[in-house]
Design a protein around this ligand. Structure first.
Ligand code: DNO
Length: 399
């Protein structure tokens, strides 16, 4: 939020200006106010920060909500309903209970990640009608409990894919890694033996799913996405939800499956396919940044200034030219992405959406869900908020 003049009171002996602002930096109006006898600033602390959020997997998450709330500068929790099968409707009372739990910890629940997209929708099967209706209902239910943004994706079969869940870094920490050569060697027909791979598919199920995808090339996947978007975006508009598509991670086809949300052209095609601000993006720096041809900072500026970024995943990756990468600490100098430039881009476009530090390494002996420990993600959140504060203050004093 920029500063807004609320009122100017002109008396015989004085002029008073009342300013509503995001921070105590009120560069534009402060200059004017200097000539007034007095001015009053009404600041809104939350809008002065990135709306920093943290993913929490519910009560079964080894990371306790009570610990997450102690991270400085945290706005809210990103979560989902995990015990309802993919494609079914999330009961309203489960969402209400989740919200109450999160709000009870003093945090907001305004972002859902993810409402999973059933494979039949991506495959364009006749059963998609029922599944799309369920997805629409999930959008309505999320809106009913105050959710503002829903993150989702359109990756066939495999969501984010890594070849190593605990690659040891020289400092003794452990991180997620992707070896492009190792993936190229895998024949999915022979079964996937990747660590962290969703074991919920039995080998036979996986085989038949892969067989069904033989008929789905990129063009068909785009057509199925368009069909889906045309059905869900009007519902999102109606109930005030912003849909935020997560890009493919990594941003390239894997195992012969099409991937269609990989780069600038794809993002552009996606947002223009249904031209509505409800049809937006989760701009994941680590996913898109795993292709060195993607300029994440430029993507933030381009799609952010169009009001199409509703959620930012902020993490850093150390990438090799063949697309092999590992997830580094959030700091710019530890990875291939200039996080300061990316955060500055968010700042410059006046971003008011939500972000999260996305993944973190496993440090200080922590064990748990790879990528989703407490400590390194907390360091990430604090680092990112620090960048934001420095950029905001610097921008204010030099404007
Ligand atoms: C990885 C996440 C993704 C993301 C979904 C979004 O940790 O960023 O798995 O949750 O792909 O729908």
């Amino acid at each position: 939020m920029d500063e807004t003049r609320l009122q100017t009171i002109v008396g015989d002996q004085f002029t008073a200006i009342i300013i509503e602002c995001a921070t105590s930096n009120t560069p534009k109006l402060r200059a004017e106010a200097a000539s007034a006898s007095c001015y009053i600033e009404i600041t809104h602390p939350w809008s002065s920060l990135l709306k920093m959020t943290f993913r929490w997997y519910g009560e079964s998450d080894p990371v306790k909500l009570e610990y997450i709330r102690q991270i400085p500068g945290l706005y809210g929790i990103v979560s989902a309903i995990y015990d309802v099968p993919v494609g079914e409707v999330w009961p309203l009372d489960k969402l209400q209970a989740l919200r109450a739990r999160i709000e009870g910890a003093g945090l907001k629940f305004e972002v859902v990640e993810s409402v999973p997209t059933h494979e039949d929708i991506k495959l364009g099967k006749p059963s998609r009608e029922r599944l799309i209706a369920n997805f629409q209902q999930n959008i309505r239910h999320c809106a009913a409990v105050g959710v503002k943004v829903i993150c989702y994706n359109f990756m066939p079969v495999f969501d984010w894919t890594r070849t190593e869940m605990a690659k040891e870094l020289p400092d003794g920490s452990f991180t997620l890694a992707f070896d492009a050569k190792a993936v190229a060697r895998i024949d999915p027909e022979q079964g996937i033996a990747l660590p962290g791979w969703d074991a919920s598919y039995q080998p036979e199920q996986l085989k038949s799913l892969l067989a069904e995808y033989k008929a789905v090339d990129e063009q068909t996947l785009w057509a199925n996405l368009e069909y889906f978007l045309k059905a869900i975006i009007p519902v999102a508009e109606e109930v005030g939800i912003k849909m935020a598509m997560h890009p493919d991670d990594p941003p390239r086809p894997i195992f012969g499956l099409p991937r269609i949300v990989k780069n600038r052209e794809d993002l552009q095609r996606l947002v223009t396919m249904v031209d509505s601000t409800a049809n937006g993006l989760t701009l994941c720096s680590g996913s898109l940044g795993a292709d060195l041809c993607n300029n994440v900072e430029a993507l933030v500026r381009e799609f952010g200034s169009q009001g199409r970024i509703h959620f930012g995943h902020l993490r850093n990756v150390k990438v090799e030219p063949d697309g092999t990468f590992y997830e580094s600490t959030h700091r710019s100098c530890d990875g291939s992405l200039d996080m300061a430039a990316i955060v500055k881009a968010y700042h410059d476009i006046g971003f008011e959406g939500y972000v999260r530090p996305d993944h973190g390494r496993m440090i200080w002996g922590e064990t748990g869900k790879p990528g989703y420990g407490l400590y390194d993600r907390a360091l990430g959140a604090v680092y990112l908020n620090g960048l934001w504060e420095a950029i905001s203050k610097y921008a204010a004093t030099t404007r």
